[in-house]
Design a protein around this ligand. Structure first.
Ligand code: NCD
Length: 301
């Protein structure tokens, strides 16, 4: 693994190695406290972020390193019209590794070709979000160590990049998927085809009520308002997806509910304390998983 821009950059073996390293980090965090001394992680984020930005910053600090970054490009020279290539090349001279969040797909792999350091995608437009997926998959396999799961992807499957990466990653471990969304927000064909090529079964549904009994994982996502031009359409989509206490009461006892967050109204707060709610566990796992990613890419394990 030279960069982490797509889930396709990783072999299954590398995913397993990352998860083993994450287990080690969780068990003995002190052992890793000096692993990245003197290393600087740059975090140029051209879209808003809370969890991804702060957890990458925390991860490098816990490894003994440091970070530089911005969470909004307004105060950088890109607001003067500088090209993304020049901005990223410049920042690459100040750091050892970089996690970039960008709003246009098919940008990061080109950027990786013009710098000499490892590049991590921290979310690329409507495309992929591979580091979030490693957190999500790690969290799923904590609950289901035999890895035989049916995942219901429920929400904005068209624009929600965490769905895309999760489908591609989990497909490699013999997962069944049910894509639950109205047809205008369904999963793009390229990800469905990839999952099928990997040997996964993919089914479709319009409503969670029709399929929840079959699900081990309910992976719900926000409607991506910033990527939907028609505000009326957004308002109608917003009401479509909902998980509340009544629905959770009907789920299988061992099922889990996941969300990459931020949530808007799609999960009501009264679900948070249910033993099946794992979205705060995802947050807890984000730092050790990202520590493992940074160490793997810097070859400092
Ligand atoms: C997601 C993202 O940025 O794609 N958030 C995250 O990184 N945890 C999900 C979202 O914005 O809906």
């Amino acid at each position: 693994m030279k960069n982490l821009i797509s889930i396709k950059d990783l072999h299954n073996k590398e995913i397993d190695n990352l998860f083993s390293l994450t287990n080690q980090v969780k068990k003995e965090p002190q052992f890793y406290a000096n692993h990245c001394i003197g290393k600087n992680l740059a975090l140029p984020f051209f879209e808003p972020s809370t969890r991804t930005y702060f957890s990458f910053a925390t991860a490098i600090r816990k490894l003994g390193g440091d970070f530089i970054g911005f969470n909004s490009p307004a105060n950088t020279s890109s607001s003067k019209g500088e090209s993304i290539e020049d901005t990223i090349k410049t920042i690459s001279y100040y750091c050892d590794i970089m996690a970039i969040r960008y709003h246009r797909v098919n940008t990061l792999s080109n950027l990786a070709n013009i710098v000499n350091i490892p590049i991590i995608s921290a979310g690329e437009g409507t495309g992929e979000h591979p580091s979030q997926t490693l957190i999500d998959l790690y969290t799923i396999y904590e609950s289901f160590p035999n890895r035989q799961v049916t995942i219901g992807l429920y929400g904005d499957l068209k624009y929600g990049r965490t769905n895309h990466s999760l489908m591609m990653a989990a497909a490699r471990f013999n997962t069944k998927f049910i894509c639950i969304a109205p047809s205008s927000l369904q999963m793009p064909e390229e990800y469905i085809n990839y999952a099928i090529e990997q040997g996964s079964r993919v089914e479709f549904a319009e409503n969670l009520e029709d399929v929840y009994k079959q699900l081990d994982v309910v992976y719900i996502t926000r409607i991506q308002q910033e990527r939907i031009a028609d505000s009326k359409q957004y308002e109608s989509f917003k009401k479509t997806f909902k998980i509340n206490k009544e629905l959770v009461a009907k789920l299988n006892y061992n099922s889990i509910i996941m969300h990459p967050l931020p949530r808007l109204e799609e999960i009501s707060r009264d679900v948070d304390n249910d033993h099946r709610a794992k979205y705060f566990t995802q947050i807890k796992n984000s730092v050790p998983v990202r520590m493992a990613i940074i160490m793997q890419l810097l070859r400092n394990t």
